[in-house]
Design a protein around this ligand. Structure first.
Ligand SMILES: Nc1nc2c(ncn2[C@@H]2O[C@H](COP(=O)(O)OP(=O)(O)O)[C@@H](O)[C@H]2O)c(=O)[nH]1
Ligand SMILES: [Mg+2]
Length: 605
């Protein structure tokens, strides 16, 4: 190995460094087994990294055409047929392939295509409004696998249902879907001019996504002189009406020309289309930035793991040098520190139980509030929609229609707000526990280092890495069907006014049932997430504490046993350990000095 003196391998990427460390630790045997496991998990996390980029905009702005231009061929259906009702996830695959996933666990459909044309027609059969009106086929999402080098590094492009459509519900769902995306491209064009619906949507999107960029599409419609005027005007609209700061990039483009250029290989047309700017400055930069942040975090985690193993090896080596009697004394002192840590672990468990209980109470409060809010809202809807009806079937139908169309959107939005609120709440509640847990583990390690007089530095990072989440689409089926009981014979003998109020009362009772049912669904889903968060936290803490105890107390106890049995091999063993220590220090330095920006093709900023 041609390592430089400070242990840095110029050009060694995180993948290689991880693989090398795992090989090294594997040789170390069972003592390093948990460290190897942790490093393998980090390796997987690095591999699975992807970047979700949602493409948003009103229908016919050119979303699908833009995606096709990025892929270099017409894969996604684009036509005058309005509205893709199903989100399509475009990701890397060695061969062209499409998959259709259904709701309700129906088996998926797969199609391996020989050419883009046949894939496009396959997709057309599922994702367009014409072939799948109101999503009668019950499709959850479509996936396209494409060998484009652009997707090679984990970029996932998401073609979303257009907004401002006949399905208001789609707009609401898009808003809930956004926080799980890393960035979004918002398409707009001069033809027709920006609409009120788009601006309203944009205002909401702004609040949900950090990295938002604009594409001013269909530039080919405008004469060269008019382009900068149109852009300036659009910027002003963005600023005045959606408070989008001027630093947010707007890329002028012609998706249609870009696609044509990529298919014909016309370089001039490609340059004029604006595609390259979007690709370079936006996708490359965003992806690199995200990948770098992740790699740096993973390198820190890996470094902490190696530090822990190094400490264990150091402790073992030191213990071998110390006379048995003194060793047993120190071991007893360390056991005292561990007992103290375990006592603290129990009392923090109690505190956590208390916090969990209070969080559940908070959830109940929120659910109660939502129930009242929903009740009032839908009561209003029923009263309003039936105001002009005097009774009978018309009245039932009017109320039923009004509730059915507004209910999914209402709860979709509430679900989004509630999960966001709870994520924040749980993070806030768990943070002090996290800090206490770190201190507790820290105390055991530091105690061992001091007692055995070995070098020690505290890990740099604490806390768990956020796992990589896939955006999910429509996971909830909201109960929104009312089944009004037909007016009974008794109703007809009642005077008109009374009849009306009897029906209204019945409708309101049904609405109440619907509200209770849906709020309960939402409460239940939140409760599950909450429990998973708390349980995950506790098991993580216990695992870390156990690992620390075995790396310290366990390692020294093993030496004591060894000394009692066969003291003749000790010098040999010590020699072997010294070699390990040197090698481990070297990879530890590799992780500590790792800096992802060195490997990126473009500097950030
Ligand atoms: N002139 C012109 N037409 C475009 C451009 N991009 C898309 N279109 C056309 O606009 C229509 C809608 O495009 P499509 O990609 O299906 O829009 P989507 O509904 O947002 O996915 C299609 O007829 C496209 O050919 C463009 O840059 N210039
Ligand atoms: Mg489309």
């Amino acid at each position: 190995m041609d390592n430089t003196p400070n242990g840095e391998y110029p050009g060694e990427n995180l993948n290689d460094l991880l693989a090398r460390t795992i090989l090294l630790l594997d040789e170390l045997g069972p003592d390093a087994a948990s460290c190897v496991e942790n490093l393998k998990a980090l390796e997987k996390r690095l591999e699975a990294d992807h970047f979700n980029l949602a493409v948003l905009g009103q229908f016919k702005r050119g979303k699908s055409t833009l995606l096709n231009s990025l892929l270099g061929e017409p894969i996604l259906p684009s036509s005058v047929v309005p509205l893709t009702a199903i989100p399509t996830f475009v990701q890397w695959g060695p061969k062209l392939k499409a998959r259709i996933l259904f709701e309700d666990g129906l088996p998926e459909e797969e199609f391996a295509a020989d050419d883009p044309g046949s894939l496009a027609s396959f997709l057309e059969g599922f994702v367009t409004e014409e072939s799948n009106p109101e999503n009668r086929l019950g499709i959850r999402q479509a996936e396209v696998y494409h060998p484009s080098p652009l997707l090679r590094r984990g970029l996932i492009l998401i073609d979303t249902p257009g907004i401002g459509s006949t399905f208001q519900h789609n707009t609401e769902t898009t808003l809930n879907f956004l926080p799980q995306c890393d960035a979004a491209l918002f398409l707009i064009s001069a033809d027709p001019p920006v609409t009120e619906v788009e601006i309203a949507f944009l205002r909401e999107v702004r609040a949900k996504i950090d990295h938002l960029f604009f594409i001013f599409n269909k530039m080919d419609y405008l004469k060269a002189d008019d382009r900068s005027k149109a852009l300036q005007f659009f910027r002003k609209v963005l600023k005045d009406q959606a408070r989008i700061p001027e630093t947010v990039p707007v890329y002028p483009m012609s998706a249609l020309h870009a696609l044509e250029a990529r298919m014909s290989g016309d370089r001039d047309l490609l340059r004029d289309s604006g595609l390259e700017e979007v690709q370079d400055h936006l996708i490359d930069f965003l992806m690199n930035e995200k990948a770098q942040v992740l790699q740096d975090a993973l390198a820190r985690k890996a470094g902490d793991n190696v530090t822990e193993t190094l400490m264990q090896v150091n402790l073992t080596a030191r213990s071998l040098q110390i006379p048995l009697e003194s060793l047993e004394e120190r071991l007893e002192l360390l056991a005292g520190k561990i007992r103290e840590a375990e006592r603290q672990r129990r009392s923090s468990g109690d505190l956590l139980t208390g916090d969990r209980k209070r969080t559940l109470e908070f959830l109940e409060e929120q659910a109660g509030e939502l129930r009242r809010k929903a009740q009032a809202f839908f009561e209003g809807i029923v009263r309003e929609s039936t105001a002009k009806e005097s009774g009978g079937e018309h009245m039932d139908r009017a109320a039923k229609d009004a509730v059915t169309t507004t209910l999914p959107g209402f709860f979709e939005r509430e679900l989004g707000d509630m999960s966001l609120e709870f994520d924040r709440h749980v993070t806030r509640v768990l943070r002090p526990h996290q800090e206490r847990a770190d201190q507790l583990i820290e105390a055991v390690r530091r105690g061992a280092a001091e007692l055995f007089d070995i070098p020690y530095h505290a890990p740099e990072s604490a806390g768990v890495l956020e796992s990589s989440r896939e955006p999910y689409w429509v996971t909830h089926k909201w109960g929104s069907t009312m089944n009004p009981i037909p007016a009974g014979l008794f109703d007809w003998v009642l005077p008109r006014g009374i009849r009306r109020s009897v029906i209204l009362k019945r409708l309101l009772k049904q609405v109440e049932d619907l509200v209770i049912h849906n709020v309960e669904n939402l409460r239940w889903a939140t409760l599950q997430n909450l429990d998973a968060a708390f349980r995950g936290f506790i098991s993580d803490l216990d695992r870390r504490l156990e690992e620390t105890i075995s790396a310290t107390h366990g390692a020294i106890r093993a030496v004591v046993a060894k000394k009692k049995e066969h003291s003749e091999t000790i010098a040999e063993e010590l020699n072997r350990l010294e070699t390990w220590i040197t090698e481990l220090q070297e990879v530890e330095n590799g992780f500590r000095n790792f800096n992802a920006t060195r490997f990126s093709s473009k500097p950030p900023g």
